[in-house]
Design a protein around this ligand. Structure first.
Ligand code: MG
Length: 388
């Protein structure tokens, strides 16, 4: 056993900020753990980089508000679940469900990467081993917000991305229809039908509505009218915290209702399942508690007849984490995948490598130790925001 010797929190800010759009790949914050032998493990979270760094480097105030390094230095990275609990209890006062859990998630992921490298096994084996023999990612299709473009221009871009996804080997996609006031609900129905026609039958299709509606009646109006489009799940229909609305919608919708992409920990997901009654929960692994917690969430879903389809719109670290998650978790039909061949982003394309192939809709199980990715150190040095 080689103990953890150092923790480094690295904020990365890319050259093209997205202040007026919803692209989460323009920045990240990496947690890098180093053991006594000099091996490293990395994780990332999708949260404000400088704030995560401040949170993880804060001095200890008392037992419920502790410095993360004090908990981690000298620990065995193989004990991810035990360390998760120490970190949770040690940051319970300022953390618990929001940014504190996002920060812990990055550490948890780095622990699996480091322990996997120490023991020469892929991270999913440390999660209990494979529950399937190949992986099924879905490719998110996002033309960006309108910014003055017409709906026809947005649909043209969606069509281009559909083609790029299918050409790259994907057989499952999610159409983002974040059109908001650009279209009426009636027009939205015909655009979704057009999307299905563009894809053809046989391609798994989900739809993300980007929190379009304030009440479940309006959402139900559209979902009833696209019932014949064979949509796997409807994401972000209602406002995120409207769990009663989600329950009413889920009980009546002909299409499975998803949600909880901003939720953290099994405790919050439990509320989504019991009060919100959704059939798909979509926590981000790098925000909801890491690989340790997503395993527990998957087990919880099994008891509720639900499935977990994690949100993931970040760099290749998050994409790699999704692969190990799906390998090790049962009720996990697909996982979100930002393809660098479909969506252009410097950090997604170049921060880590290698990028696995998608063949006929599937990826092979990871076979390299840990997360199985190498960090682009030159890019990190160029874009790290704590040394400028
Ligand atoms: Mg979403």
């Amino acid at each position: 056993m080689s103990k953890i010797a150092a923790i480094e929190v690295i904020p990365i800010i890319g050259p093209t900020p997205a202040a007026d759009d919803l692209d989460g790949t323009t920045d990240t914050v990496i947690v890098r753990l180093t053991d006594e032998a000099g091996r490293t493990g990395i994780g990332e979270t999708d949260a404000p980089p400088h704030v995560v760094k401040a949170f993880l480097e804060m001095p200890t105030a008392h037992l419920w508000s502790r410095n993360a390094a004090e908990i981690l230095i000298g620990a065995d990275p193989l004990e991810a679940s035990g360390l998760w609990q120490k970190l949770y209890e040690g940051t319970f006062w300022p953390g618990r469900r929001g940014l504190g859990i996002h920060a812990i998630s990055a550490i948890d992921i780095a622990l699996y990467d480091l322990a996997g490298k120490q023991h020469g096994v892929p991270a999913y084996k440390l999660m209990g081993g494979a529950r399937r023999d190949k992986l099924r990612p879905y490719c998110t299709i996002f033309p960006g917000l309108a910014h003055g473009r017409s709906i026809e221009e947005l649909m043209t871009e969606i069509g281009r991305q559909f083609d790029a996804a299918l050409e790259s080997g994907f057989r499952a996609v999610k159409m983002e229809v974040l059109f908001y006031d650009l279209v009426t609900d009636r027009e939205l129905v015909s655009l979704i039908k057009r999307g299905r026609k563009m894809l053809g039958d046989g391609i798994l299709m989900a739809v993300d509505f980007g929190y379009r509606w304030q009440n479940w009646h309006d959402a139900l109006y559209v979902l009833h009218r696209v019932e014949d489009c064979d949509i796997f799940f409807a994401e972000a229909t209602l406002q995120h915290d409207d769990l009663e609305g989600h329950a009413r919608l889920a009980e009546r919708s002909p299409i499975r209702i998803g949600g909880a992409e901003a939720a953290a920990t099994r405790w919050e997901i439990h509320e989504w399942l019991t009060r919100g009654k959704v059939g798909i929960v979509q926590p981000n692994i790098g925000r909801g508690g890491g690989l340790t917690e997503i395993r527990r969430i998957a087990d919880l879903c099994e008891l509720h007849g639900a499935e977990v389809v994690p949100h993931g719109w970040k760099t290749g670290i998050t994409s790699a984490v999704g692969r190990h998650f799906q390998a090790a978790c049962g009720p996990a039909p697909v996982f979100e995948y930002v393809s660098p061949k479909v969506f252009d982003s410097l950090l997604r394309r170049e921060l880590v490598s290698p990028e696995p192939a998608v063949v006929d809709g599937f990826m092979a199980l990871p076979d390299r130790p840990g997360l199985g990715i190498d960090l682009n150190e030159e890019l990190v040095e160029r874009l790290r925001a704590d040394r400028r």
